[in-house]
Structure formats: C-alpha cells, structure tokens
Design a protein around this ligand. Structure first.
Ligand code: ADP
Ligand code: MG
Length: 348
C-alpha cells in the first residue's frame, strides 16, 4: 500500500547536493500526497536559481518510480521564504565564503599588466580541471569583468541575497554590477568596505572549490581593506618583465605578507612575442623580471604568458582565450598555472 509514510521512507536519503543533508529532514520536501498511483510533492529550494534543482527532481522521480504501483510523480518547485531560511539556518549556508575552499586573489603592483586577463583565464582553467569556480571582480579602480565577459545584466536579488551571474561555467560578481550602468563611482574607504563586504557576505557563492578575486592594483586603501576582509586568501602576483613594474610588485608582496596572506606564486605576463617570421621569441618588454623576483622572494614562477593576439581579441569580444582556444599554446600555459595553483593553495 503506497501512502505518505512510504513516500517519506523512499525519499529520505536524498540529499541537497550543496548542503549535504536530507531534503526531507530539512523540510524541503513537503506537501506529499498520493492518490491512484499518482504522487504529488513540493520541493522547496534555497534559491530558485539553484543549479542542482534538475538533479534533485530527477533523483526524487527515480526513487519513487521504482516503487511498484506508482504511475506518475509530480514535483512542484517553490523556494523557502525568508522566515524558513532563517529558521533552518542561522546564517544562510550558501551565502558568503563558508563553503568556499580556496580563495585565490589575483594581484599586481600596478594597473594594465593583465591582472584581469589572468584572473579570468586562470578561473576558466581551474573550472576546466573540474573545480567549481567563482570569479569576483573587486577592482575598485576599474571593474572590467562585465565588459571582458560580456555581462550586461544587473545581479538578481532574492531574499536579500545576490545571485551571481553565470557564464562559461563560472559564478561571477563584479563591483561594476553594483553600480548603475556607465556610472563611475569614486570608491572611498567606507564605501569600499561596504561594497566588498556585500560582495563577500551577501552573495550566494555556494559550494566552490575556488573563488578567484580580481584585486585592485597597488597597495592603496582598497587593497588593504580587501586584504583584511579575506584572510587566508592565496595570492597570485602578476608582473611584467620590465624593471619599473617590479618596485610596485615588491611593495604589494610586502603588503600581503604583512597581512599574512600566502603568495602561491608569480605569473609574468607579456613575457615575449612570436611574430611568426622567426622561430625565436621576441622579448618586447625586456627579460627576466619574473625570474628575478622569484629568486629574490623565494616564490615560484608559475608561468610566463606571451603577448597573444587571441588575448587581446578575447578582451574585446567577451569571449576569453580559455573559452575560445583552451588548447592553444597560451591556453596550455594557463592550464599549467591552474595546476600549480591547485597544488599550492591552502584551504580558506
Ligand atoms: N598576454 C597578453 N597578450 C595580449 N594582450 C594582453 C595580454 N595581457 C593583457 N592584454 C591586454 O591588455 C589590456 C590590459 O589587460 P587587463 O587584464 O585589463 O589588465 P589589468 O587588469 O591589470 O588592468 C587588455 O586589453 C588585455 O586584453
Ligand atoms: Mg583589471
């Protein structure tokens, strides 16, 4: 005899894939009814944008359809309301950094060295290796992710939480998404803190292996605010081969060390250029900055990225290199960096 009790028994081991708890015990499976072999129930989600909802519905159907005498399973979807969320979880478990295993902050001494380019492509390379990856654009001086990734929509709010945009398999939030279109804001101290805290604490990041953060360049107040807000972050320092860039990088490394952030390594960008006419790489911006810093600070040099027209194209078209040509020579360098980041990052 199929009754509500049997249905409960049958679905009780199905877990929320992110919360790792029984949906039934969480009260997320509800309103069960059975009539003439037809089961109806409601699945109340933590958010309507839950990426796992299809998987949960499929699993519920599968176990129930295995029961003999069931001809049909209807699963209605709804979301937990704010009160229910509050009762279930004192703090929403998918908001903030609790379920983020590693934070990888991409930093540079000064702007224009390719920090955002590297943040985006390393994030994609990490995702390609099977990691769940978020990308946070915290560059107060020039939030450029929306343009680089072709994101135009403002963030969606639900129950006072922001839901990150999704593109190329990444969860993405940008300071640029918190402002009106084309409105430039001069982010001063308290405003920076508030915005950063919002991006860290009010966004439904969920279960992530890596949150890649595009930091502001340099060692000004915004960098300090962020260094304080994200303890235990791993830092990836981006530099160029020129000597001038190095003084800024040194200052930045000293700052992060002061805040006990761990520098996983250096990436030298715009290291060389293959013009196509000779076999030899041309070192347009000089040579050896990355190696020199690496020796001086005892930090590994995780990769040297050439000047590549595909990167420039990607910056304009909204399709980054690791999404268009991941197996190109430059793509493989990003894959190598991602691999070393995975080996060298400490848990958040
Ligand atoms: N290795 C590279 N090859 C070609 N163009 C690059 C490379 N790295 C960066 N760029 C281009 O240089 C510009 C600045 O890069 P960006 O990542 O925005 O720097 P930052 O975030 O440090 O200010 C962008 O237009 C980008 O497409
Ligand atoms: Mg940038």
């Amino acid at each position: 005899m199929i009754d509500e009790q049997l249905i409960r028994e049958t679905v009780k081991d199905i877990q929320d894939p992110e919360l790792k708890k029984s949906l039934l015990e969480l009260g997320m499976i509800r309103d069960i009814s059975v009539a003439d072999g037809k089961v109806t129930l409601t699945l109340a989600l933590t958010t309507s944008k839950c990426p796992k909802k299809e998987a949960m519905v499929t699993e519920i159907r599968r176990v129930l359809e295995e029961l003999s005498g069931i001809s049909r399973v209807d699963v209605k979807l709804t979301t937990l309301n704010q009160e229910e969320l509050r009762q279930l979880f004192p703090k929403h478990p998918l908001v903030g950094l609790e379920k983020v295993r590693h934070v990888l902050a991409v930093a540079s001494g000064k702007g224009g060295v390719g920090k955002t380019t590297i943040a985006v492509n390393v994030a994609l390379a990490l995702a390609e290796k099977g990691n769940r990856v978020g990308l946070l654009d915290a560059d107060v001086y020039g939030p450029s992710l929306p343009v680089m990734l072709g994101l135009n929509e403002p963030p969606v709010w639900e129950n006072q939480m922001m839901i990150p945009a999704e593109k190329f398999g990444l969860k993405i939030m940008s300071l640029g998404m918190l402002t009106e279109k084309n409105q430039s804001i001069i982010w001063r101290g308290p405003l920076v803190s508030r915005a950063i805290n919002q991006l860290l604490g009010q966004v439904l990041w969920g279960d992530l292996d890596f949150l890649v953060v595009d930091l502001p360049p340099g060692t000004g107040d915004p960098s300090i605010t962020i260094a304080k807000s994200i303890p235990q972050a791993n830092v990836l320092m981006v530099t160029t081969p020129q000597e001038v860039a190095l003084a800024d990088v040194r200052r930045a490394i000293d700052l992060f060390r002061k805040f006990d952030m761990r520098i996983v390594g250096l990436v030298e960008n715009m290291s060389y250029f293959f013009c196509g006419h000779t076999e030899k790489p041309i070192e347009i911006f000089g040579h050896g900055g990355g190696v020199k810093l690496s020796e001086e600070y005892g930090l590994p040099l995780l990769g040297e990225i050439p000047i590549d027209v595909e990167i420039g194209k990607g910056g304009d078209s909204g399709v980054p290199l690791m999404a268009s040509v991941p197996d190109s020579e430059t793509g493989r360098i990003f894959q190598g960096i991602a691999k070393k980041v995975m080996e060298g990052s400490r848990d958040h």
